[in-house]
Design a protein around this ligand. Structure first.
Ligand code: CP
Length: 281
């Protein structure tokens, strides 16, 4: 579908999607916009800067005013965990979580799973995935753990102890602060960005020290010839990934981005398209 010369289909003609982004985004925001456009839905884009939020308007009022313009779906990214859940109680529109604080990022997990399914012929049972870095502050990691565990993959969380979630033992995953242990027998290493905006004080001595202990390098690729590298973006080159690793043929970071459009088309279709079909029955 994404490679067809004419990328647009009329499936969601007449549907309006409001993209409400209260935090910066490149991949998620653009891919939701593209996904809606390729399904012929109309989009309206809201971002915090330049909006009436700066004049004191609440999330509830902002959302209800946007919905009053007859939108059907709301895609929301917000710094507060649970904001999409609250919004779903306040508006009639379908609500899609595009990342809420350090809580969840479900469509990112779906696109990551699709990327792994492409790499391993849909095999998840026994697949070994290590998620490395600032796991405690990562919504990508949390949603990824839920999805991977449900499909039978085995997940290791790796990072400095200050960056591992306190509830890790309830998640059914292995944890380690030794990168060598996390990479031993691993099929996919998913590196995470350090979420400095969600940390109070820096949780490790320096970026150089972090890279020395947890950064993925060409040497790791040499030692693990089957290892695939993933990263949700944005990448901090020279911190979680050596620059050459980010561009390496075994890194599938841009495939993840491509799959993001397909996954978000599917999510929009399932929420809006199937609802229309039900309405007609
Ligand atoms: N992966 C991800 O959520 O990227 P953006 O912050 O650019 O949307």
């Amino acid at each position: 579908m994404l490679d067809r010369p004419i990328k647009q289909v009329p499936t969601l003609r007449g549907v309006t999607v409001a993209n409400m982004f209260f935090e910066p985004s490149t991949r998620t925001k653009l891919s939701f916009e593209l996904a809606a456009g390729r399904l012929s839905a109309e989009t309206v884009n809201f971002s915090k800067s330049g909006s009436s939020v700066s004049k004191g308007e609440t999330l509830k009022d902002t959302a209800r005013n946007i919905e009053a313009m007859k939108t059907d779906l709301v895609v929301i990214r917000h710094p507060s965990p649970g904001a999409p859940h609250a919004l779903a109680r306040w508006v009639q529109s379908g609500v899609i979580n595009a990342g809420d604080g350090a809580h969840e990022h479900p469509t990112q997990a779906l696109l990551d799973l699709l990327t792994m399914a492409d790499l391993f012929d849909g095999r998840f049972e026994g697949l070994r995935v290590s998620i490395i870095g600032d796991v405690a502050h990562s919504r990508v990691a949390r949603s990824g753990v839920f999805g991977l565990s449900a499909l039978g993959a085995s997940v290791t969380l790796c990072g400095p102890r200050t960056m591992l979630p306190v509830e890790a033992d309830t998640l059914g995953v292995r944890t380690t602060s030794r990168l060598a242990e996390a990479l031993d027998g691993c099929d996919v290493a998913m590196a995470l960005r350090i979420q400095r905006e969600r940390q109070g004080n820096l949780l490790f001595p320096s970026l150089r020290e972090y890279h020395r202990q947890f950064g993925l390098t060409r040497e790791h690729l040499r030692r693990h010839p089957e290892l695939r590298i993933m990263h949700p973006g944005p990448v901090n080159r020279g911190v979680e990934l050596e620059s050459e690793v980010a561009d390496h043929e075994r890194a599938v970071i841009l495939d993840q981005v491509t799959n993001g459009v397909a996954v978000r088309m599917a999510v929009l279709y399932l929420l809006a398209g199937s609802r229309d079909e039900n309405d007609q029955n």
